[in-house]
Ligand binder design. Structure first.
Ligand code: GLN
Length: 472
């Protein structure tokens, strides 16, 4: 971006926030104008030096409020952390700043990422920018603030976190691109954990190209994150998944798998139509569409138990204080998850819930390895190649069973219990297997946006971005 427009654009976003955030509730904290301008001027100066600069220099970003930002409250939308000011930037925010990006503020979310509609947090619900005065829609969750900020033109791009769909679902409801990378590629240092073995930093952007630029900027080994993939493994990935790029005029085509088990009765007619017409477009472009079996998907809800189960210690008197603080500080959904998680780890329930969920997780991984044409670069799972007939490069499915639901209705469902977890059924499998997946908006005729999800083999983001551009 040229020097002068950098400042102008940052100010334009600030004005948009002033005008629209009162309704959208996407931002919970906005950087002061002075700080935004200072960052924009620094980016302009960098530009004027003429040195090679990042394509993100001068771009304005919003950061989900569970990602630490130096000197700025990072609350996870929880009363528990309402005054928590980190002394450091998370690795991903530091990288954005190094690239010359402008951090404009922190975005609203479900408390600690637990939820699917950005309704469970301290700051009240986020509203979908596609809402009208008469119908207010859910922005999805838990990164609903980040998705609404991008969709409502309050920033250029945003960071979120995706543990079971929290970037892909709000992207789909709001009509933006939402990308969850392979587990271990983007550093989680300074990202407040929900479920360590599933959490990833995700990216929300207005198009696939922008999402890829952000990914490329952040994709680097970080010794400060124990789950970050090291350089050796990263090189191994490149060797493994470098299958040939199909040329438009050659017989080499991509093979897209359509998981027949995802065709559940709950899918709305509009989502089904969007899915089918995208498949038709891909077929017309000369790609192959193959049905594949992923029977464990319908059990994907079970592994939520893994996300919420943490080994518990007995409650000694000295922990009474902690218990009292938890009662006061955590909202209803978080308390419900803690209780469910603790119950699933009791001796009577361990086998039925926790161990069972682990088993399902393994089966889901095996099913993915069984259908992808390229092997898993991290090593094959035991039961790989369960379905030798179906060898595909990508899976394509809806992100969710419907477009954005009415906010009032989902708030009632959230209050009543676990029904709301149905929203995660298509997104949880990629999280369980640690695979990269992207939500791409497809605009149904006159209606609300619908997101389609493309999932790839571990580490194959390069080709994933490439095919995503075919659909957007
Ligand atoms: N909606 C899911 C949950 O509530 C996933 C959330 C997430 O990815 N953080 O657990």
């Amino acid at each position: 971006m040229a020097a002068k427009p950098i400042v102008q654009e940052a100010i334009k976003y600030l004005r948009n926030i002033q005008q629209r955030n009162g309704f959208l509730n996407a931002f919970v904290r906005v950087s002061p104008e002075q700080a935004v301008t200072a960052q924009a001027i620094a980016a302009s100066q960098k530009f004027e030096t003429g040195k090679s600069i990042s394509p993100l220099n001068g771009s304005t970003f919003a950061i989900k409020d569970n990602i630490c930002t130096k000197d700025m409250v990072t609350s996870c939308s929880s009363l528990m952390l309402a005054d928590f000011i980190p002394e450091y930037d998370s690795a991903v925010v530091a990288k954005l700043r190094d690239a010359g990006a402008i951090i404009i503020g922190k975005t609203n979310m479900d408390e600690f990422g637990m939820g699917s509609h950005s309704t469970t947090g301290l700051h009240g619900p986020v509203k979908n920018p596609n809402s009208s005065k008469l119908s207010v829609y859910s922005a999805g969750g838990s990164s609903g603030g980040s998705a609404a900020a991008v969709a409502g033109s309050l920033c250029f791009g945003a960071l979120g976190s995706d543990t079971g769909g929290s970037v892909r679902l709000p992207a789909s409801y709001c009509g933006v691109v939402g990308f969850k990378p392979s587990y271990g590629l983007l550093s989680r240092q300074g990202v407040i954990a929900y479920a360590n073995s599933l959490d990833t930093v995700g990216i929300l952007a207005r198009d696939v190209h922008s999402a890829q630029l952000v990914f490329d900027c952040l994709n680097e080994y970080d010794p400060a994150d124990p789950s970050s993939l090291d350089g050796h493994s990263r090189r191994k990935i490149q060797d493994h998944v470098a299958f040939p790029k199909p040329a438009a005029n050659q017989s080499c085509r991509w093979n897209f798998g359509v998981p027949v088990d995802y065709n559940v009765v709950e899918i709305s007619p509009q989502v089904k139509k969007a899915w089918i017409s995208t498949l038709a477009i891909l077929r017309d472009l000369g790609h192959n569409i193959k049905p594949v079996n992923m029977p464990s998907t319908r059990h994907a809800f079970g592994p939520h138990i893994l996300a919420i189960s943490k080994p518990a210690n007995g409650i000694s008197p000295s922990l009474q204080l902690v218990v009292a603080a938890r009662e006061r500080g955590f909202g209803k959904e978080v308390r419900r998850r803690i209780l469910l998680g603790s119950y699933s780890l009791t001796s009577e329930a361990m086998e039925n819930y926790f161990i069972h969920a682990q088993r399902i997780r393994r089966r889901i991984k095996e099913e993915f390895d069984g259908i992808f044409s390229s092997p898993n670069p991290l090593g094959p799972t035991q039961g790989s190649h369960l379905d030798p007939g179906a060898s595909v490069d990508f899976l394509i499915s809806p992100v969710s069973i419907s477009s954005a639901p009415n906010l009032e209705e989902v708030t009632k469902v959230d209050a009543s219990g676990v029904d709301g977890y149905i929203n995660d059924v298509f997104t949880v499998p990629a999280s369980m297997a640690g695979l990269p997946a992207i939500s791409i908006p497809v605009h149904g005729a006159g209606g609300l946006p619908i997101g389609l999800q493309v999932t790839a083999q571990y580490g194959d983001e390069k080709n994933l971005f490439e095919v995503a551009t075919l659909i957007e």
